[in-house]
Design a protein around this ligand. Structure first.
Ligand SMILES: Nc1ncnc2c1ncn2[C@@H]1O[C@H](COP(=O)(O)OP(=O)(O)O)[C@@H](O)[C@H]1O
Ligand SMILES: [Mg+2]
Length: 234
């Protein structure tokens, strides 16, 4: 399997360098992997995820995702809309549109016809078990159901990678588990690489590999890649 993520010496600071959010990250992720990212609040998890999705750019280092060199590529909009599916803690659904219309939004940048968009949206709703709610407004759904809609929407354009930032952060643990199960089903069904930031160890454990972030550095990459550093220190 080839690497879908290759990050080397990545740095990112805010407030004129006073806040060092990422402090030299090296990370590779293989195509089709399910990776969880854990670490205390403020450790840089969201910053790292935002770099992966090109929502923000690093100060220094190199970052290649799904064949795009994010620091030299000019087509970052294309990258974001075609390669990445985003799921945030708040679902960000548009209240005036129905559930199925919300899922179609990302498809407007594609070349799909209206009927193709509708059938793809309904297929995704079926996977998250919400086909019967397709015509409702998001306000008629529970918090967990809205998050499942957001998960379905993240897959609209057949992304290579799903980036989920605390997708179950605002939900109770039973709903969280259900949502995670669906995210994992989708990851298997659609062969997507899945990267999930979570503070929930039960969620983190479900991943093939857990990466731990502390003060903008990886303290555990879930593999042997940091072993050499440790040996060098001793
Ligand atoms: N847009 C921003 N402007 C200023 N500081 C930021 C910004 N985004 C993140 N930070 C700071 O960078 C550090 C890492 O934040 P973040 O990546 O959100 O951590 P986490 O997701 O692990 O809680 C924190 O100190 C945070 O306050
Ligand atoms: Mg965060």
């Amino acid at each position: 399997m080839s690497n879908i993520v290759e990050i080397n010496g990545l740095y990112k600071s805010y407030e004129n360098g006073n806040i060092k959010a990422l402090n030299g990250i090296d990370l590779t992720i293989k195509e089709g992997e399910f990776v969880s990212i854990i670490g205390p609040s403020g450790s840089g998890k969201s910053t790292l995820l935002n770099m992966l999705g090109a929502l923000d750019l690093p100060d220094k280092g190199s970052i290649k995702v799904a064949g795009y060199d994010l620091l030299s590529n000019k087509k970052l909009n294309e990258f974001r809309s075609q390669k990445i599916g985003f799921v945030f803690q708040l679902h960000n659904l548009i209240p005036n549109l129905s559930v199925v219309e919300n899922i179609e939004i990302p498809m407007f940048t594609s070349k799909m016809s209206n009927s193709e968009m509708r059938s793809r949206a309904l297929e995704l709703l079926d996977i998250v078990d919400l086909k019967d709610k397709a015509s409702l407004k998001p306000s008629k759904l529970s918090g967990g159901e809205r998050q499942r809609v957001a998960i379905a929407r993240s897959l609209a354009n057949n992304p290579s990678i799903i980036l989920a930032d605390e997708p179950t952060g605002s939900l109770d643990s039973k709903t969280s588990t259900k949502i995670l199960k669906q995210l994992i089903d989708l990851h298997k069904h659609e062969h997507v690489t899945l990267i999930v930031v979570t503070h929930d160890m039960d969620v983190a454990k479900l991943a093939d590999r857990t990466i731990e972030v502390l003060d903008g550095k990886l303290v555990n990459a879930g593999d042997d890649s940091l072993l050499e550093d440790k040996i060098n220190v001793e």
